[in-house]
Design a binder for this molecule. Structure first.
Ligand code: GCW
Length: 667
């Protein structure tokens, strides 16, 4: 039963339908491959394993074309590196890829279709990923813990050593490549003392071993580095990017790192952010900091990924002029165009921090002359910490479809981050991982869908959330119509459900301090982190307008600027992010803000109840372990949702003195 959970979406369950089995055996009886290397070997292993599990045979693998039906697999140098085509018919079938990595993706594609029992004869597809770099960030520390990890301990480290369980890393690499991930950082962006030594001989040999595992699956390894490494490990008294000694330090480091780990992708840096060191200490800006590293990495083709999550985390809550939402744009827009070619800025999807609802960061669409990555968080830090069932793809879809108007109407986020709009030489999407050493990887079994969906979505942002959920359900839980129907009804509304019983109308936060779990409306209200709701007896929300507020709205292009600036046009779901309004303010829905708060909070809990009923009805369709695990979490989710409902409703009832129109219980 544990194995079922561990296999995630690569279940490869036996297929009983005789004519389908015959179709596959006929199409894929013999595989002809001329090119061989370790990546293609992984592809062939996978194909053999998958076919053996599902259909009960292993295909013959030959090197030369023979006169019988077969699948020919070949690298086609005229293709783009990650492009592949698959053409299947009963005479001769072809899988061509622009590289061995593309062939691996093609094989996973075939297996994905077979798991769903899709018809293969006559299949003709062409796939090119929309985003060149498709990355995962692990927030793993070498003591074995995972920052914001909700699925056990690190699979990479234990007690300040690399984990001995290499198989687990191998299996992770395989899962990631099955959905097209091609890059990973293996240590937390908060690089502590010991982890600062990952770029030294203390650990480099094991970094290389880990890199080799990922490389077999077409995944490039990156490291997070400590900006103050010249001091921490170099014995210097400064990390000033313009200091020649500091520059020499990084050149030596880069040279040595690439000697030992020639395939390293580069470094990821969190600087001047949440107490991490950075160039500000020396009166330098972030372009000076990033470019210094970029020069050191350049001879080896190394990249420097530089995070834009830079804000004042020591602000005085009394200070109404500082607005954390403004920070990334204010810091980085003036530097647009001053970063080296091998630098890429990593921008969180929203201006605050992975809340249930935020507008899109105005830096995306702002920057025109700088490489950029979009950053999502698969780990559900603010979305129920993998104890609540929340399908995240619908949220990310909204981000990707958002129109920035950067080059007129239709300049969507997905176009910009793919590099197409501003012709960037590095582009892509990255996300914080949600896995750990739990036997099912993600703690909540349904959270596997978010990892799966992330890979699929960034490969092809035109896929719908429904399409992604559907293919995941079929692979993970099978094809039975009841399973599909109920699971779709469970996952599709789950983000909205979570939003309903937590923080309303885009205001965010209202969580307990530090661990960020569970309701605490004033938890951060009088703290230094810049995350306030400003509720009083009349109303709530943050005024971020130009007219009377912090001026944040001016960071958007004209169309969005005026959309958000006016209360009348600001979308309901973001109203309190942009405006401070009275409880009696009427939303576009016709309800007052206070009634909306009551209604959504009662409704959210009911939606969890209905989710539980649907899950209950699924018990005979899967192994007991998976069913029970999710059920236990749903029980907890319901309790926690009630806690949210009652605390939020009570708080705002007491503040406003306005009764619920339907006289439901408020304490
Ligand atoms: O969301 C916040 C988290 C921190 C995290 C930080 C970041 C890794 O609470 O734990 O640190 O963001 O993204 O750097």
């Amino acid at each position: 039963d544990q194995l079922t959970s561990y296999r995630a979406w690569l279940q490869y369950n036996p297929i009983n339908q005789q004519d389908y089995r015959e179709e596959i055996m006929h199409l894929l009886s013999t595989i002809c491959v001329k090119d061989r290397n370790e990546v293609i070997d992984r592809a062939l292993d996978e194909l053999s394993f998958g076919l053996d599990q599902m259909i009960g045979y292993k295909p013959a693998v030959v090197r030369n074309e023979e006169d019988r039906s077969m699948l020919i697999i070949m690298i086609d140098p005229t293709y783009k590196a990650e492009m592949y085509t698959i053409n299947l018919n009963s005479e001769k079938s072809m899988l061509r890829g622009g590289s061995s990595r593309a062939i691996l993706y093609g094989v996973f594609h075939l297996l994905r279709l077979i798991q769903q029992q899709s018809k293969l004869t006559g299949l003709s597809i062409k796939e090119v990923p929309k985003n060149a770099i498709r990355m995962i960030n692990q927030w793993d520390d070498m003591n074995g813990s995972v920052e914001r990890g909700y699925a056990g301990e690190s699979i990479f480290y234990k007690d300040y050593q690399f984990s001995k369980d290499r198989q687990r890393i191998y299996d992770y690499a395989r899962l990631l490549s099955s959905v097209g991930i091609n890059a990973i950082t293996i240590n937390n962006v908060n690089v502590h003392q010991i982890e600062s030594k990952l770029i030294t001989d203390t650990y480099l040999a094991e970094v290389k071993q880990t890199s080799d595992i990922f490389n077999q699956f077409g995944i490039t390894l990156f490291l997070s580095i400590n900006y103050a490494a010249p001091i921490e490990i170099g014995g210097l008294d400064s990390a000033d990017p313009l200091d020649p000694k500091v520059r020499a330090f990084w050149k030596d480091i880069a040279q040595h790192v690439y000697e030992v780990v020639p395939n390293l992708g580069g470094f990821l840096v969190k600087a001047d952010s949440e107490n991490r060191p950075g160039p500000f200490t020396y009166g330098r800006n972030h372009a000076e900091g990033a470019n210094m590293l970029a020069e050191a990495m350049e001879p080896y083709g190394g990249k420097v990924i530089w995070r834009c999550f830079v804000y004042n985390c020591k602000q005085d809550w009394r200070d109404r002029t500082t607005d954390r939402a403004r920070a990334a744009y204010d810091h980085f827009m003036p530097l647009d165009g001053s970063f080296n070619d091998n630098v890429v800025l990593q921008i969180k999807n929203g201006p605050m921090d992975f809340q249930v609802r935020e507008p899109v960061s105005p830096l995306i669409g702002g920057l025109e002359k700088t490489n950029q990555f979009l950053e999502f968080q698969i780990a559900q830090e603010y979305l129920g910490q993998q104890r609540h069932l929340v399908y995240l793809i619908p949220q990310w879809k909204e981000v990707l479809e958002f129109d920035t108007f950067a080059k007129g109407e239709g300049t969507t986020v997905k176009q910009i981050v793919s590099g197409d709009v501003f012709d960037n030489n590095i582009s892509g999407i990255v996300a914080v991982s949600n896995i750990g050493n739990d036997y099912n990887w993600t703690g909540h079994t349904i959270a596997q869908l978010n990892l799966y969906g992330y890979g699929r979505l960034i490969w092809n942002p035109d896929l719908t959330a429904e399409e992604i959920a559907l293919e995941w359900i079929k692979q993970t839980f099978g094809n039975h119509p009841t399973v599909i129907k109920l699971l779709m009804e469970i996952v599709m509304p789950s983000w909205e459900t979570y939003e309903n019983y937590t923080s309303p109308l885009g205001i965010g936060w209202m969580v307990n301090v530090n661990h960020h779990y569970g309701p605490n409306i004033d938890g951060y209200e009088y703290m230094a982190w810049g995350t306030y709701h400003f509720a009083d007896r009349n109303g709530l929300g943050v005024d971020r307008t130009q007219e009377t507020g912090t001026g944040y709205t001016s960071q958007y292009h004209q169309e969005n600027q005026s959309l958000y600036e006016q209360v009348e046009t600001c979308p309901d779901e973001l109203l309190l992010f942009f405006h401070h309004v009275p409880y009696t303010h009427k939303l576009k829905s016709g309800k007052t803000v206070i009634q909306h708060i009551y209604d959504t909070h009662f409704q959210g809990v009911e939606q969890v109840q209905s989710m539980m009923e649907k899950w209950e009805a699924l018990s005979s369709f899967m192994d007991a372990k998976r069913h029970q695990d999710v059920q236990e979490r749903l029980n907890h989710q319901l309790e926690n949702a009630k806690e949210w409902r009652d605390i939020i409703n009570t708080y705002f009832y007491r503040k406003s003195g306005i009764a619920d129109r339907h006289n439901r219980t408020i304490y």
